[in-house]
Design a binder for this molecule. Structure first.
Ligand SMILES: CN(C)c1ccc(C(=O)NC[C@H]2N[C@H](CO)[C@@H](O)[C@@H]2O)cc1
Length: 502
């Protein structure tokens, strides 16, 4: 599909503009981490569930409980970014649909029973269904909160272009109070978050709240948007949530456009009024612009060397790698400004595209290297997800796993009993190394937990520690395929290595 020339210009801006970014050093003390109720650093690996929510009449994802079981069996994930819809939560101003929240709670319980962490994502794309009469393109905001002022919204072959439609722009401008005519909208949104947090503050499986998916500033863009109304929405939502929930983590996203591609975000530091350390998480997405322009991560199948043009696959991969490097640098700078851990809220692609699995492996290695959690977009049965489609045959079988499930199913530390220093998976050797520093403040009360897949680790594989013989112990939980490791409490640093059974 040919993309408009402006997109190529945008690509050049991203990749050239990024090189002009003034980069301050990421924090000298290294990455920050989300911690659980045992004081352990948790490493979140999972999926967005699900894109199908956007068009479901009940605003629920396609999954049944068996599919959660199947996901754990096939990939050992421990995290889900679960899509919510404001339109289902608050169908009329100030009226919340408790049956909708009951349905959400039921699905949260499916994950809770399997030791997952659930991130509740107030999802939107293109504001909401109400931007067009047919209601076919947007999702998120309820009709009563949608004010296009009669301006046109034409459906587009490229869905992203609908963001630029006059009626869509106006809907966002009213929400951000750029028009000064509907200040009530943001207040409703903030109160809706307070209602959700009040409902789930007692649910330990709910790790936190992702305040808005891929924010779009309408006529406000860049620092004016991120430091203006977007920061205002976040500050008001954080304050409202903290009146009912002191302990959940609050995830904030930069504006999507530009930052998804690798450009810097201007998001400012956000205070957290909770008792104790701040629990704000920086949750960007990555979709490298060359890929958004339809370029694959393949290596040279279609000719085209690295001649500097966006030509064949070889030059595409070079440009995509430049996007990824730019994204890494700018994400670390913003996370350091926010003094926040990083969770990559979305990354994904058509798994049938050339080089797709190499791209996924690149992103898995990158998030390990920067200490970030990750949620793949998405868990849907649409060629992007890990499933080839629903299994035929007996009731209760899950969807059939595809190549992505194979790549995702790898050893990782679900929880680390200290300050992580490095997590590295050596793909060729199928060996995981986890090193961490002892916390001597008594805040850590649980063991390190490491998941390993059946494939190379039929009985758990071989686990070793840098701790002296006899000062550490590893217990194998065959049902969950998890090593639980108690380490010597008096040592400064520990290194655990899990390798395949010979
Ligand atoms: C112009 N704007 C504001 C814009 C353009 C493109 C995306 C996008 O591709 N997003 C990537 C994926 N994220 C959503 C769900 O959050 C998916 O539907 C997209 O594939 C977002 C915003």
């Amino acid at each position: 599909m040919k993309r408009p020339p402006w997109a190529v210009l945008a690509l050049a801006l991203v990749l050239v503009g990024g090189s002009l970014t003034v980069v301050s050093r990421p924090s000298p003390e290294g990455p920050r981490y989300i911690t659980d109720d045992q004081g352990r650093a948790i490493i979140l690996h999972g999926f967005n569930t699900a894109g199908s929510t956007k068009s479901d009449p009940d605003a629920m994802p396609w999954i049944e409980e068996q599919d959660v079981e199947n996901e754990y069996e096939r990939m050992g994930t421990n995290f889900v970014r679960f899509l919510l819809q404001w339109s289902a939560l608050e169908p009329e101003p100030g009226q919340y649909d408790e049956k909708y929240l009951d349905a959400v709670a039921e699905r949260v319980s499916w994950y809770a029973e399997r030791d997952y962490h659930v991130l509740l994502d107030m999802h939107q794309d293109l504001w909401g269904q109400g931007i067009t009469e047919a209601g076919r393109v947007g999702n998120g905001a309820p009709e009563w909160a949608t004010h296009t002022d009669g301006l046109t919204v034409e459906e587009q072959e490229q869905w992203e272009l609908v963001y630029l439609e006059p009626g869509t722009m106006r809907s966002f401008d009213h929400f951000w109070n750029t028009t000064g005519e509907h200040s009530e909208l943001m207040s409703h949104y903030v109160r809706a978050w307070r209602h959700v947090a009040d409902r789930f503050s007692g649910e330990p499986a709910v790790i936190g709240y992702d305040l808005m998916n891929e924010p779009w500033g309408g006529t406000l863009q860049g620092p004016e948007f991120e430091r203006g109304p977007l920061a205002e929405l976040y500050r008001r939502s954080i304050t409202a949530i903290r009146t009912v929930d002191n302990d959940s983590w609050i995830f904030v996203e930069p504006q999507a456009v530009g930052v998804n591609w690798g450009l810097p975000s201007a998001l400012p530091h956000l205070d957290d009024p909770r008792e104790g350390k701040a629990r704000i998480v920086y949750a960007p997405h990555i979709y490298p612009l060359p890929m958004d322009l339809g370029k694959a991560y393949g290596r040279g199948e279609h000719g085209g060397g690295d001649d500097g043009r966006i030509g064949g696959s070889e030059s595409s991969r070079v440009w995509i790698d430049r996007s990824i490097s730019l994204w890494r640098r700018n994400v670390l700078v913003t996370a350091d400004r926010l003094e926040a851990p990083i969770v990559l809220g979305e990354f994904g692609l058509d798994t049938s595209s050339p080089g797709a699995m190499e791209y996924v492996e690149r992103m898995l290695a990158l998030t390990d290297e920067i200490g970030a959690g990750r949620a793949y977009w998405s868990n849907d049965l649409d060629g992007w997800g890990p499933w080839l489609g629903r299994a035929d045959g007996e009731e209760g079988e899950g969807a059939k796993p595809g190549p992505l499930a194979e790549v995702m199913n790898r050893p990782y530390p679900r929880a680390i009993a200290g300050e992580p220093l490095a997590v590295h998976y050596d793909e060729p050797a199928k060996t995981l190394t986890v090193s961490f520093a002892e916390k001597n403040d008594g805040s850590v009360t649980g063991p390190t937990e490491i998941y390993v897949p059946e494939r190379e680790f039929p009985e758990g594989g071989i686990i070793s520690s840098s701790d002296p013989e006899g000062s550490w112990a590893a217990e194998w939980d065959a049902a969950r395929r998890v090593w639980k490791v108690e380490s010597a409490p008096y040592l400064q640093e520990h290194e655990l290595v899990v390798s395949p059974t010979n």
